[in-house]
Design a protein around this ligand. Structure first.
Ligand SMILES: Nc1ncnc2c1ncn2[C@@H]1O[C@H](COP(=O)(O)OP(=O)(O)OP(=O)(O)O)[C@@H](O)[C@H]1O
Ligand SMILES: [Mg+2]
Length: 313
């Protein structure tokens, strides 16, 4: 029998809290990520969707080992089936594991863009690859000689995508790679992610754009207030009936092509996090049991954290 390979990336029960100093010397722990689970198999694109502040970038930074010094992390981050320790991630990042960062501030302001994208490599193959990527991203060759401050926002984003795609990564984490990009360049970037996945990489695509996630990804993980609430094949988002969590359904209903029906209320902030399901206070199905710890339930080819999943309409 063929041995099943471990996923490229598996995150189980991730918790992230920040040490904060209040007035005087009192110190508190602010837990902003409570229970994140994500699995990225080799050869697949997994999209992470969820509203602003749900923990998407922190997840990316936790994997890359670049959280701020006052953060503490619990839970498991496995890369290729083994713990991704600080030492291991330092060795792999920028090469096997790459990040397309959300903030354009991650480019080195004092280094010309071409050198940054080639990561200092000067050989003919790297230069040719750079030219090829520039053509694909509709970037003029002179951009190579420019500094980040000379570029527009959209150009900077294209450069950040190009940087990730220069090598042969096994894990790509793209944190909102498309805002400000023309639709043709967005498509090109998505094709690139698919090519990388076809070559065996795992791609974690973080995006606000649910429609893009549904079009591009194989699977979708739904985040809300620092927890993963549902994980499904992307096809499940074709219809509201194949989604199980009331929040996933709310996201579906809020898509422009489904009439943009928002739900009342807002995502709770870390300090006011309810017990149990974080979506509880906004959920039409809320019952007392929702304030207990909610376990995962299997749903065909997916899983959901909702005790009312079957009846959630
Ligand atoms: N250094 C920090 N100290 C305290 N809280 C933080 C810190 N960094 C992030 N947070 C909080 O953690 C939560 C998750 O932040 P994160 O940046 O991961 O959200 P996000 O899902 O990426 O949002 P967006 O879609 O806007 O990019 C937010 O409530 C944010 O305010
Ligand atoms: Mg973010």
């Amino acid at each position: 029998m063929e041995k099943k390979l471990p996923p490229i990336l598996e995150i189980r029960g991730l918790q992230i809290s920040f040490k904060q100093y209040e007035k005087g010397f009192s110190q508190t722990e602010l837990e902003v990520i409570r229970d994140l689970d994500v699995c990225v198999p080799a050869g697949e694109i997994v999209a992470v969707v969820g509203s602003s502040g749900s923990g998407k970038s922190l997840l990316a930074h936790a994997v890359l080992g670049i959280l701020p010094y006052n953060a503490s992390v619990k839970g498991e981050i496995l890369y290729d089936g083994e713990a991704l320790t600080e030492k291991r991630v330092k060795r792999l990042r920028g090469d096997e594991i790459v990040l397309v960062p959300q903030s354009t501030a991650y480019l080195d302001p004092l280094m010309k863009t071409g050198v940054q994208i080639r990561k200092g490599k000067k050989d003919a193959a790297s230069k040719e690859r750079l030219h090829q990527i520039f053509r694909e991203y509709e970037l003029k060759q002179e951009v190579e000689e420019q500094y980040p401050f000379e570029l527009s926002g959209g150009m900077t984003r294209r450069i950040m995508n190009a940087t990730a795609l220069m090598g042969h990564p096994r894990l790509v984490i793209a944190d909102e790679p498309t805002p400000g990009l023309h639709i043709s360049v967005t498509r090109r970037a998505m094709e690139h992610f698919r090519e990388l996945a076809d070559m065996g990489a795992g791609v974690l695509l973080i995006t606000h754009d649910l429609e893009l996630a549904v079009e591009t990804a194989d699977r979708i993980a739904v985040f809300y207030a620092g927890s993963t609430l549902e994980e499904v094949p992307a096809l499940a988002f074709q219809s509201c009936d194949t989604l199980h969590h009331p929040y996933s359904r709310a996201l579906w209903n809020a898509m422009p092509k489904h009439g943009f029906q928002p739900i009342p209320g807002t995502q709770p902030y870390a300090r006011e996090m309810p017990q149990g399901c974080p979506f509880g206070p906004r959920c039409p199905k809320y019952t007392q049991e929702c304030s207990e710890k909610i376990p995962w339930r299997q749903t065909g080819d997916g899983r959901v954290r909702c005790i009312h999943a079957e009846e959630a309409q």
